[in-house]
Design a protein around this ligand. Sequence first.
Ligand code: HEM
Length: 128
Amino acid sequence: GRPVSLYEAVGGEETFTRLVRRFYQEVADDPVLLAVYPAKDLGPAEEHLRLFLIQYWGGPATYNELRGHPRLRMRHVRFHIGETERDRWLKHMRTALDELDLDPALDAQLWDYLVMAAHSLVNVAPQD
Ligand code: HEM
């Protein structure tokens, strides 16, 4: 039969909704990351990340319909993202992912991608 997408294998929309909601609960408590976000309301950012990840992993392409091509690197250029912000972003994502308690192979696939993507979005050189 048709290969099962990671989106389906981890439980579909509900799993990504939980992941991103938990992640943004951590962001809401992190002064370093809050300083990066232009708006006080993290709701739209949460929804965009949720739709992006759903689309990336083989679910509905609603993100593209609403936002156009992701162009993540370009969309993050205006934010100050150094190693500190990257590592806090990943720490909160790790917390959220741990709580999903996914099959280890699926967890690793998601995590490896998130680590790679977060590293690719750093746009501020480390201070020496
Ligand atoms: C949007 C920060 C990594 C996906 C944003 C926004 C900020 C931000 C400030 C804008 C929110 C708004 O407009 O209110 C960061 C920081 C990161 C990071 C500090 C640390 C490395 C990532 C990664 C991904 C990602 C790794 C994907 C795997 C997105 C998406 C949006 C977004 C999809 C919405 C883009 C749009 O449609 O406008 N991020 N981000 N971000 N981020 Fe990140």
